[in-house]
Design a protein around this ligand. Structure first.
Ligand code: 2M8
Length: 565
């Protein structure tokens, strides 16, 4: 793995004292009383504060209108080698009208990238640099000003190509927020006065626990991508650096996996349960919204009846950068806030939460990511020379077997923890068992065929909700758009099933949709490739850098829309 710390445009971690070999990174020490993001006068004031409106800086990056040439949106399909006969893989979007620029040496020093891709990579590096807050990287400059768990993992996977020590610091910094019981929170609040709609005062976690680093956090977790990211970062290090990094990470990481099973799988089912859609990372995915809508606050239902969505829209503050129709609905957002309130009252304790109205879901994507993470955890612990408790190894084995229970009618589905009923809503999550590597051989063909069908793989990539589903909205958050992290995970799984050509077609498509938009958007319409959500988004940038470094041939071929994978 080529490492480029010397020429990295990211500030070398050593300059900030954040090398994995150095002492743990300095941590903010603010508590509820003195943290700059807390307090009614601060920017994280309660949602309905009338003085709050308009305080969010407008995004200064123009939003592209989508592909210039409407002909570009016509579906083109090519035969998919490595997929069942008759399956087609949509081609990558065609190249921009300008003739291809001559190749320039790739920064990785291997296969030269065409000049436009080299420039795109520089844009991605620039985004990561701009979002770098020291030892953490915010997902985007305006909408997401703190540290998110799985974002940091995807970010580290890209950062390793620029500065492995900085990438390691990104992962180690997640341990600052670890709770005494082992939970690693989904957001660790940065010392910033920038507004975030679900800031510390919504969670009041300081009343429940003091984190090791004295930082403020949310009281829920997010997909456990840390072990995957750590192994990728470890690949970019010398053996000594890696062992040192793993020794620092492994104890906290093992405690996190222990917490997941102890706290969230109390009945030893093998599948952990989530208590909020924010834990799934796919906030408004239809599966979760089906569970969430019935617990909408009465006031929200009443306001909606009287004034439609307008009154609610006026109260929310997360949609100042991003138009409301690209985010979840206001009613759903206020319902998610209500669930946070209930979690807070339950002191984030699953035994208490179980007896409340809070929806509990054994989320298929989260559990798939956990299963893969377990494998990586074994590697990390082995190399660090730290044993994994026997009971944890047993739970890990149980998880692999339990995934089969989520299979129904050719897809995998999440399950209602209380009723044991499958939630039959097909989404991108249904394919994550490919990433986990738990799909039995005789089920792989069918699953891949479904993934490559136009229902899921539209002209500009894999839709997060099938395009013919009543819930599908091409530019609305987790309700339809293409997500670069999902593409990355599924392509990785396909590789391990020997479906390299389908995997590379996904990567080529990912690179192309980013190139066509010219910007690092949070998500993209699968129908016309237009960017949506936040711009200057970190994981899009990081995973683009990773794909171009690990699969440079994808960048070279992606402009050829007639290519046959
Ligand atoms: C989105 O979620 C946050 C809440 O966690 C939000 O909308 O405020 C999701 O896309 C999530 O997966 C992601 O980690 C986060 C930051 O990028 O944004």
């Amino acid at each position: 793995m080529p490492a480029q710390s010397s020429s990295s445009p990211i500030t070398p971690a050593s300059a900030r004292g954040a090398s994995p070999a150095a002492a743990p990174p300095e941590t903010p020490t603010g508590r509820a009383a003195d943290h700059p993001t807390v307090g009614a006068a601060g920017p994280n004031r309660p949602l309905a504060d009338p003085a709050g409106s308009g305080a969010v800086p407008a995004v200064d990056v123009p939003r592209p209108a989508g592909p210039a040439d409407p002909v570009d949106v016509m579906p083109t399909t090519v035969e998919a080698a490595g997929s069942p006969a008759g399956t087609t893989v949509p081609a990558a979007p065609s190249a921009p009208a300008t003739p291809p620029a001559p190749p320039v040496p790739s920064p990785a020093g291997e296969i030269p990238l065409p000049a436009d891709l080299a420039a795109l990579r520089e844009t991605a590096v620039g985004v990561l640099r701009a979002n770098d807050l020291g030892d953490i990287t915010r997902p985007s400059p305006t909408l997401y000003p703190h540290q998110w768990l799985w974002d940091s993992c995807f970010i580290a996977i890209g950062l390793r190509h620029l500065d492995p020590a900085r990438a390691a610091a990104e992962l180690l910094s997640l341990l600052r927020g670890q709770w005494p019981g082992g939970m690693i929170p989904h957001v660790i609040f940065a010392e910033t006065t920038d507004y975030y709609h679900a800031g510390p005062q919504r969670w009041r976690c300081d009343r429940v626990c003091t984190t090791a680093g004295g930082v403020q956090s949310t009281g829920v977790t997010q997909p456990p991508m840390i072990a995957e990211a750590a192994v990728r970062v470890g690949e970019a290090m010398t053996r000594n650096e890696r062992v040192d990094f793993y020794r620092r990470l492994a104890p906290g990481l093992i405690r996190f996996h222990e917490w997941l099973y102890r706290e969230r799988d109390p009945d030893d089912s093998g599948l952990v349960a989530l208590v909020h859609s924010w834990e799934s990372g796919m906030d408004n995915t239809p599966t979760w919204m089906e569970m969430t809508k019935p617990v909408a606050p009465r006031t929200v239902r009443a306001l909606r009846r009287i004034n439609g969505d307008d009154a609610l829209d006026a109260l929310r503050r997360d949609s100042k950068e991003v138009p409301p129709d690209e985010r979840l609905t206001s009613a759903d957002l206020f319902t998610l806030y209500r669930i946070v309130r209930e979690l807070r009252r339950s002191r984030y304790d699953f035994r208490t939460i179980r007896d409340t109205f809070v929806p509990l879901v054994q989320d298929v994507a989260f559990n798939a990511i956990l299963i893969r993470a377990n494998e990586h955890l074994v590697t990390i612990a082995d190399e660090a020379g730290i044993p994994i408790p026997r009971w944890l190894s047993r739970s890990m084995r149980r998880s692999r077997a339990a995934m089969n229970e989520l299979w129904s009618d050719g897809l995998y589905f999440s399950r209602d923890f209380r009723t044991g009923e499958l939630l039959h809503h097909p989404t991108i999550a249904s394919f994550l068992p490919l990433y986990a590597g738990v799909v039995p051989d005789d089920q792989v063909d069918g699953l891949v065929k479904t993934l490559l069908s136009p229902r899921y793989w539209a002209r500009y990539g894999i839709a997060s909700v099938p395009t013919d589903d009543p819930a599908f909205l091409p530019r609305c958050y987790w309700q339809g758009p293409v997500w670069v992290n999902m593409n990355w995970l599924i392509a990785d799984g396909l590789d391990r099933y020997g479906r390299r050509e389908a995997a590379d077609a996904i990567r080529a498509n990912t690179v192309e949709v980013i190139r066509a938009s010219g910007s690092m958007f949070e998500y993209y319409s699968p129908l016309d490739g237009s960017g949506a959500g936040s711009n200057r988004f970190s994981w899009t940038s990081a995973l683009l850098i990773d794909i171009l470094a690990t699969h440079p041939q994808v960048g070279l071929t992606s402009a050829d829309s007639t290519r046959n994978p």
